[in-house]
Design a protein around this ligand. Structure first.
Ligand SMILES: [Zn+2]
Length: 44
């Protein structure tokens, strides 16, 4: 089981926020780059 971050509206995977991420921690953007929808965690 793994958790991925996806857009609530279009289910596009969230984009990584490269400015806030580092080698130990990945930060995802809060909104979808495609439709502007909210990013939510999804269990796969
Ligand atoms: Zn979207």
């Amino acid at each position: 089981m793994k958790i991925i971050m996806v857009c609530k509206e279009c289910t596009k995977p969230a984009d990584v926020d490269k400015e806030k991420s580092n080698e130990n921690w990945t930060v995802y953007k809060n909104t979808c780059s495609k439709c502007g929808g909210s990013i939510i965690p999804k269990v796969e």
